[in-house]
Design a binder for this molecule. Structure first.
Ligand SMILES: Cc1ncc(COP(=O)(O)O)c(C=O)c1O
Length: 400
């Protein structure tokens, strides 16, 4: 049996390779930043490349003040919690971080998780039963899809950003509680959900709104509070899930924030909250520091916004086929998985680190290079990187 199973896995891997869908990991041997030292392939010498695909949107992953705060957390409260929250894993610093997250996001209360993936795994089962209905955008993040699968509510999926279809579904469904579910910024396409219109529909059809703002918290909106700030609907979104693992220092951790009775219920019922360890003190200390920095200055998100505008325009003028949007996620569409792989290898040769995305991470036939801008980058760096993109774009004759 074991031999048969192993043979099956070997053949499956071979098929993934043949289809051009195998994901090679590149080995980074330096801290996360706009310039990184990489070994690729595994045994080759170190090479310095410009990083254009991290979620380090605000450049805080290796920021000296964040490192100092993490060290302090380690010194003051130790390395691990050795417990879930409800046994002996809740420290005063967890409560302080939950309070600060609520203040930052403009919500009533918050609840921390080990990751946003876990947070999304907790939400739906805690709030919805078989008599309830979820109305979700087709392109929501995998963790939301998995979370929704874990609950017994009816599921209504609308085409990406098609609010007319959403309204039709809201009108015709009969359920006790209805919940609209969307990403704030879609991680693969980089566009923003039209939250203002979604909140109007929610009011009209007496529906809850849940937003995953993992690719928005810290930098979308004039003071970086997120997509709800951008669209002027702070206070109207019932539940926000977000991560500490991207703009907010980039380590690990998730947070669900929103109506206080929902957060209280989540702490009673959310399985990943009840059955997984509390956040480690260095992450909590560092996250508190991140929120302090972001509350006192918008300098980093302003820089990110300017660099993003420059990068999008430069690529467009060079003739690349971009997904429309105005967030730091800038996907260059290549459609073919093998082409996306080759493009990414060529970029690496030119000293640029940007990964090809293809099925199952994006739908079949929609392969792309997803570039992401970070406030850790500088404009001259982007200008150099652009030349590499143009050179390779010409090689594959994909410029318009
Ligand atoms: C939209 C979205 N939600 C949730 C997650 C998961 O976040 P975490 O790394 O905290 O589990 C991601 C990460 O890729 C994401 O893009």
């Amino acid at each position: 049996m074991i031999t048969q199973a192993r043979q099956y896995y070997i053949e499956t891997l071979e098929k993934i390779r043949q289809d051009g869908l195998y994901k090679d990991e590149r080995i980074i041997c330096s801290p996360q930043a706009s310039k990184i030292q990489v070994r690729f392939p595994k045994e080759s010498p170190l090479k310095e490349v410009t990083n254009l695909c991290s979620n380090n949107y605000l450049g805080l992953s290796s920021h000296h003040e964040i490192l100092k705060a993490a060290h302090e957390g380690l010194n003051q409260r130790g390395y691990g919690m050795s417990s879930v929250r409800f046994i002996c894993g809740t420290q005063d610093i967890h409560l302080e971080l939950e309070k600060k997250m609520s203040a930052f996001l403009g919500t009533e209360d918050s609840c921390l998780f080990s990751s946003c993936f876990d947070a999304n795994g907790a939400i739906f089962e805690a709030f919805l039963g078989p008599e309830d209905g979820i109305f979700s955008d087709k392109l929501v993040h995998a963790s939301l899809i998995d979370g929704m699968r874990l609950c017994k509510a009816q599921r209504h999926i609308f085409e990406h950003q098609n609010l007319h279809e959403l309204e039709e579904k809201l009108k015709s469904a009969s359920c006790r509680i209805k919940m609209i579910v969307t990403d704030g910024v879609f991680s693969m396409d980089g566009d923003m959900a039209k939250l203002d219109e979604i909140c109007l529909l929610a009011e009209k059809y007496n529906t809850l709104v849940m937003v995953d703002d993992s690719h928005a918290t810290g930098f979308i909106g004039k003071t970086g509070r997120g997509t709800h700030e951008h669209f002027g609907v702070m206070g109207k979104v019932d539940i926000i899930a977000t991560t500490l693992g991207k703009a907010l220092g980039g380590a690990t951790g998730g947070c669900v924030s929103g109506r206080k009775e929902m957060i209280e219920l989540l702490k009673q019922r959310g399985r990943p909250y009840l059955f997984s360890n509390a956040l480690m003190p260095p992450v909590v200390y560092a996250s508190l520091k991140v929120l302090d920095l972001l509350t006192h200055s918008t300098e980093r998100r302003d820089k990110l916004e300017n660099l993003t505008a420059f990068w999008r325009l430069a690529l467009k003028e060079a003739g690349f086929d971009l997904k429309p949007g105005n967030t730091p996620i800038v996907p260059i569409m290549l459609y073919d998985a093998k082409l996306a792989q080759s493009f990414s290898y060529d970029l690496y040769e030119e000293g640029v680190f940007a990964i090809g995305f293809f099925y199952p991470v994006v739908p079949r036939g929609e392969a792309r290079i997803r570039t992401q801008i970070s406030a850790d980058l500088e404009k001259p760096q982007l200008e150099r990187v652009l030349q590499a993109f143009i050179k390779i774009g010409k090689k594959y004759k994909i410029l318009n």
